[in-house]
Design a protein. Structure first.
Length: 82
């Protein structure tokens, strides 16, 4: 339990760094009327990209950096996307 508390404290000390893709998705959702909180933190300390806490609905945006890695000048598939 102590380690979990330390990890949560360390996580909360970092400012979120949303990607341009995440900002674009959030803007598109606002345009279609899905109002939400951006970079919402749950009471348990989870960070959600976009959330409607009142409806318990959340959206996570995983852009190319989650699936590709830079190998010099080339992007290569990273992990299970092969």
């Amino acid at each position: 339990a102590h380690m979990q508390s330390e990890l949560l404290t360390a996580f909360k000390c970092q400012e979120p760094t949303p990607s341009q893709l995440q900002r674009n998705v959030a803007a598109a959702l606002h345009r279609i009327g899905w109002n939400h909180s951006f970079e919402y933190e749950t009471p348990e300390g989870l960070s959600l990209d976009m959330a409607q806490p009142e409806t318990k609905c959340a959206i996570e945006v995983d852009g190319p950096s989650h699936y590709l890695k830079c190998n010099g000048r080339r992007l290569t598939v990273n992990g299970r996307t092969k």
